[in-house]
Design a protein around this ligand. Structure first.
Ligand code: RTP
Ligand code: MG
Length: 142
């Protein structure tokens, strides 16, 4: 299995709960390395562009409104099988369906305020990492 990179976002609800450190510890305990990170308060345009694949969905307005409701923490995670590993740590989109011990089971309130984002494929990971980070903002750690 090759080393992969994936884009992770700690959403406004989890930042507001002061859960950044707890979530980072989960990434690191699972062997994922944080190779880039920044805190941002997204503009509406930036959030709409990020979730453009969902723009025809009925929940799009609420999703964008939630993502701009407070600061987010955005990071690139690197490691073996990083994309799937991060999705496993996150748990199901709807926290009511998320397995016990996952980030969403432990921190998410609802399907709208669900604590974290993670890229869902190799193609989306490449697009999403480049959406937030220039190459020279990423620090490979071997
Ligand atoms: P994310 O992109 O944020 O990591 O979440 P995901 O892959 O698990 O879920 P996705 O299908 O990409 O949906 C993006 C976000 O939209 C909200 N959503 N609401 N009401 C609904 O049926 C519904 N479906 C999705 C969620 O907040 C989800 O994280
Ligand atoms: Mg998604």
């Amino acid at each position: 299995m090759a080393t992969e990179r994936t884009l992770s976002i700690i959403k406004p609800d989890a930042v507001a709960k002061n859960a950044i450190g707890d979530i980072y510890r989960r990434f690191e305990n699972a062997g994922l390395k944080i190779v880039a990170a920044k805190m941002l308060h997204l503009s509406r345009e930036k959030a709409e562009g990020f979730y453009a694949e969902h723009k025809e969905r009925p929940f799009f307005g609420d999703l964008v409104g939630f993502m701009i409701s407070g600061p987010v923490m955005v990071q690139v995670l690197e490691g073996e099988n990083a994309i799937a590993k991060n999705r496993e740590l996150m748990g199901a989109t709807n926290p009511k369906e998320a397995e016990a011990g996952t980030i969403r089971a432990d921190f998410a309130e609802s399907i709208d305020a669900n604590a974290v984002h993670g890229s869902d494929s190799s193609d989306s990971a490449k697009r999403e990492v480049a959406y937030f980070f220039d190459d020279d903002e990423i620090c490979p750690r071997g």
